[in-house]
Design a protein around this ligand. Sequence first.
Ligand code: AMX
Length: 438
Amino acid sequence: TKTLKETLQDIIPAKQEQLKRLKAEHGQTVVGDVKVENIVGGMRGLKAMLWDASVLDPDEGIRFHGLTIPDCQASLPSAPGGKEMTAESMLWLLLTGQVPSEAQTRVLSRELAEKGDLPPFVRKLIDSLPKSLHPMTQLGIGVAALNHDSAFQAAYEKGMKKTEYWTHALDDCIDLVAKLPAIAARIYRNVYHPNNQLPAINKDLDLVGNYSAMLGYGGNHNLTEYLRLYIAIHGDHEGGNASAHTAHLVGSTLSDPYISYAAALYALAGPLHGLANQEVLRWQLAMQKEIGDNVTYDKIREYIWKTLKSGQVIPGYGHGVLRNPDPRFMALQQFCDAQPELNSSPIIQMVKKTSEVAPDVLKEHGKTKNPYPNVDATSGCVLYHYGLTEFKYYTVIFGVSRALGCVTQLVWARALGLPLERPKSYSIDALQKLAKKD
Ligand code: AMX
């Protein structure tokens, strides 16, 4: 049974060769045009990044190395006693393009558990932060501080060769993924349950099993399974989303994986990106309060219009790329549908009813290019139902997950020797001049 590093060692040379040939033989091939609207429109629709691990089709949603979410659910190993795919099996797939065996997943789980403890100074640092500091800010601080022990940075200082970049990057990336649950759970404990003891990491558990236990929900099998699914499917969403793109950009300066991912976390912390799952819950609870017990489609419709007329967006709806309901939303809905307890929960029923009404309202409103729910429309509400009600914390869980895709990107960028990312900019005047020539 090969380890993750050995598997990558086997795959990398062929990919390096493929890229070298592509550059040499087709470097001048034109693959699209750049329009003024791309430049002033946040580069939407501009295909200008290299990313292999996942592709986001506007209509059918995400595929991880060609596999849909249902394919992954059917093929990626689960944790002992569970049914949902684990975070480490998703990480393996993203990094290697291969479905790991159960034995390979277990070896990786153990490696992550063995590396999961935080250095004492990071514990102290997190404990010193004010409770009122947003959990996402705290997460970024904890992750950035891990670069104290970066293998990549230490090797760079000693003058490592370019061909060695990826192995040190991989070491840091695995260490980072391993330590994220302990940082994230410590923040949760400090901010919301200061009297709770954090349990020691169990070497026989998977990454998310340990995370759930450290959050204090180890006894809740259903929530642990939900977290496994949540963390696996939020792992990667092709290269250009704000968090993945940030990790890639910062990593391209040869900043080590810890500080590259800390930067990505602050992109995730914005309300148009990862913070949306916190916003959705705030919005759905306000809706619930206003509507009361007698929830009807008409009342929900009215509430949506009220939000739109006050100039706000409907959180959990729309997407920069997707033009259909998000298959991640559907996977989480299916998880709810399979459990009578979740199905009868008032907040989950309200989310479902909202998803049946909102697309027509948004179509009539006529602005958003995608009136359908994205993953955030439902993700936080299930946590809320299970008693994890502190919604300012929700994006932290997304932050534990998005590392899977970002570290994959960092390892491959170093393995392929990708250069510093440095697009060129235009001024408005320069664009105006170009447009006049047309
Ligand atoms: N409610 C109301 N209006 C919306 C809307 C929504 N959910 N989604 C888009 N619009 C509006 C935009 O604000 C924009 O209005 P403007 O022309 O006045 O500026 C117009 O529709 C066109 O926007 P778009 O091209 O459809 O979307 P985009 O690519 O610019 O933005 C996104 C995408 C996700 C930021 C946007 O749909 C949004 O704000 N959604 C709500 C927040 C959300 O759910 N974010 C989570 C996304 C997934 C994730 O990253 N986790």
